[in-house]
Design a protein around this ligand. Structure first.
Ligand SMILES: [Zn+2]
Length: 176
């Protein structure tokens, strides 16, 4: 797996192609372009996901691609440039599971530092099913509604493992 550069993902300026140099700028060591002034702030990427519970069972998906291929997670994905977090959760759910949902309320927000592609901010919504048919698709190899006893041991991402713990702690009885 790729090691993340904690300061920057770029070596050269993405705007003018000059070499980026390390500089103390805006209270941190950052990579900055001496030629055009571009600063690589290297912010985390927002993502959104859906908590969908049917008859006391939580919807999980098995990852079809790396990172953590074969492990299970709460259906979620990175936000597109022009969409809202709730729309992102609804779109990702539709792509990965075929189910149509409506984001109802925010469950919790987590930061993720164990995705080798980028650091993430994960916004998880409680969601209602409104239609569709459950068929695994896109980057989900399989989907399953899990009771507490059926939640697999191999859950990808610490944020998702923490979310599963928080869900049980804060909403006892939600999952059977
Ligand atoms: Zn530049």
């Amino acid at each position: 797996m790729q090691i993340k550069d904690p300061i920057s993902s770029f070596t050269f300026c993405p705007k003018c192609r000059a070499e980026l140099v390390l500089e103390n700028y805006d209270h941190r060591l950052r990579k900055k372009c001496a030629s055009c002034g571009f600063v690589d702030y290297h912010n985390p990427v927002p993502a959104a996901g859906a908590i969908v519970v049917r008859d006391g069972k939580l919807l999980l998906v098995k990852r079809a691609e790396n990172p953590y291929k074969g492990d299970w997670c709460i259906p979620a994905g990175y936000m597109e440039w022009d969409e809202s977090p709730s729309h992102c959760a609804e779109r990702e759910l539709k792509e990965e599971t075929g189910l149509e949902i409506r984001a109802k309320s925010i469950f919790e927000i987590y930061n993720g530092t164990d995705d080798p592609r980028t650091n993430a901010i994960l916004i998880l919504y409680f969601c209602d099913e409104v239609g569709g048919e459950a068929i695994a698709g896109d980057d989900a190899a399989e989907l399953r509604f899990c009771s507490l006893a059926e939640i697999p041991d191999n859950i990808a991402f610490e944020a998702h493992r923490q979310a599963l713990r928080d869900l049980q702690d804060r909403y006892p009885g939600l999952l059977k």
